[in-house]
Design a binder for this molecule. Structure first.
Ligand SMILES: [Zn+2]
Length: 457
């Protein structure tokens, strides 16, 4: 598509970049959609291998990078959106930027915000739609989980028969989206060694989607994900098509997985820590299989993918290793806690809490996070962000003495304090909410130790 609207929208992007407004990752798309509302479906149709769309409360950015890495290993030329630019306008901007690229991209790969997903899917008509999980997140922005689940149910039902929904069998709400539909590909974790002892406090949808009877879990892996069944109506987790049969957690540095697929096994070591990344790897494998990518390319792609910014990303500052683990909702925060606890050393911690629009104004979720085991082992604790004092209160209620934590609301000063507290050659775990992560990364970029996000590949 070459139309005056494309030219104008691109000029807007160049201007935005020149003015330094966030790399112009969504403005050109906004302009384009204003000038040409049908642009998304027009640009999407030009991609011969079609479009893959990924959505979830947690893990979509990392998983999109893993799928992109697999597709590249298979020799595909992709157009993908930058993490963060995951609304309609961000997707449009990515498609716009790819116009005129030689060789022309063959396929689209987009991670999309949960609330924006229905509209993006309606316009882009994805060939593969990967839906990973629905956790409670930023209630003041999205309304209830139930509402989103109802919208997604209709969206999946309205997909053309040629499209493949790729659904998480371990999430009862996601699994239910495929009811009565043919051609669904399911994924899940079968390795029983990953089990939690009980449903965490933050677990969300633990009632049957069909009859509302409380679900029984034979295994809880993460949040409300696991091997579930309903004693009310007999509904149960299906045995997934793509299943992780072996998950090995290498401390806080990486994982190894063996994943069975209908096309053969995938074995890979990933530099991404924690069980949540085993879910991301399994989801990415399932999506790649649905796209027609071979297991050997998937294995290479998983192994080659670097961390997405702020999600297990590592940088070195003043001789200390910083591990950035985004924690923006109770389930995500519980997984970061679990991941940090994999480190045998007592961890040095910097936890940052903001309550801006992209974080959600309601911070009551911190009371659902099980910080206690982390605090019991913490070597040092620095709290920062707009709501640093609320965090301090939370930690006091967890029984952590005031004299063993430092509250510095200014993030840069807090970062310097936390880095100075960790020993040279040691590791500092940074657990920020979304805008706090962006702020801390800006500091790291300014100090020359991290890449600006719109340049990441
Ligand atoms: Zn039931």
């Amino acid at each position: 598509m070459t139309a005056p609207s494309v030219t104008i929208a691109r000029a807007a992007g160049r201007l935005s970049r020149r003015l330094g407004r966030g790399g112009g990752t969504s403005l050109p798309g906004k302009v384009l959609l204003k000038l040409r509302p049908q642009a998304l479906s027009e640009l999407g149709r030009e991609l011969p291998r079609g479009v893959t769309v990924i959505s979830a409360t947690n893990g979509k950015t990392t998983t999109a990078r893993l799928v992109a890495s697999c597709a590249r290993e298979a020799g595909w030329d992709l157009v993908a959106n930058t993490s963060g630019a995951n609304l309609l306008s961000g997707v449009a901007t990515a498609l716009l930027d790819a116009q005129g690229r030689r060789p022309a991209p063959e396929a689209g790969l987009f991670e999309v915000d949960e609330a924006a997903l229905v509209e993006v899917a309606r316009q882009l008509r994805p060939r593969v739609l990967l839906l990973m999980n629905l956790f409670r997140d930023q209630l003041d922005r999205y309304g209830e989980l139930e509402h989103l689940a109802a919208l997604w149910t209709r969206m999946v039902a309205e997909l053309p028969a040629s499209a493949t929904p790729v659904l998480n069998a371990d999430d009862p709400a996601i699994s239910a989206l495929g009811a009565g539909r043919r051609g669904v590909l399911t994924f899940g974790i079968d390795d029983t060694s990953v089990a939690l002892d009980a449903l965490p406090h933050a677990a969300d949808s633990t009632r049957c989607r069909l009859c509302a009877h409380p679900l029984t879990y034979d295994l809880v892996s993460l949040g409300h994900l696991g091997h579930w069944r309903c004693e009310g109506c007999g509904a149960a987790r299906v045995s997934p098509d793509v299943r992780a049969t072996r998950v090995t957690l290498h401390g806080a540095t990486g994982i190894a997985v063996r994943i069975e697929t209908p096309q053969g096994p995938v074995e890979a070591e990933l530099p991404l820590p924690g069980l949540h990344n085993a879910y991301n790897a399994t989801a990415a494998t399932a999506a790649a299989i649905a796209m027609g990518i071979a297991p050997d390319a998937i294995a290479r792609g998983l192994a080659a993918s670097p961390a997405a910014f702020g999600r297990g990303e590592r940088v070195t500052l003043d001789g200390r290793r910083l591990v950035l683990l985004l924690a923006k909702n109770p389930t995500g925060a519980n997984e970061t806690v679990r991941t940090v606890l994999l480190d045998p050393e007592p961890p040095h911690l910097l936890i940052a809490l903001n309550d801006r629009t992209a974080d959600g104004h309601d911070i009551s979720w911190i009371w659902d996070v099980d910080y206690e085991p982390l605090l019991a082992r913490a070597a040092s604790l620095t709290l920062t962000g707009d709501r640093a004092h609320d965090l301090a209160l939370r930690m006091r209620y967890a029984g952590h003495p005031a004299e063993r934590m430092t509250v510095i609301p200014d993030p840069e000063a807090a970062l310097d304090h936390a880095v100075a507290t960790a020993p040279a050659g040691g590791t500092l775990y940074v657990l920020p909410t979304y805008t706090a992560m962006l702020g801390l990364r800006e500091t790291l970029v300014r100090r020359g130790v991290a890449e600006a996000f719109w340049r990441e590949r």
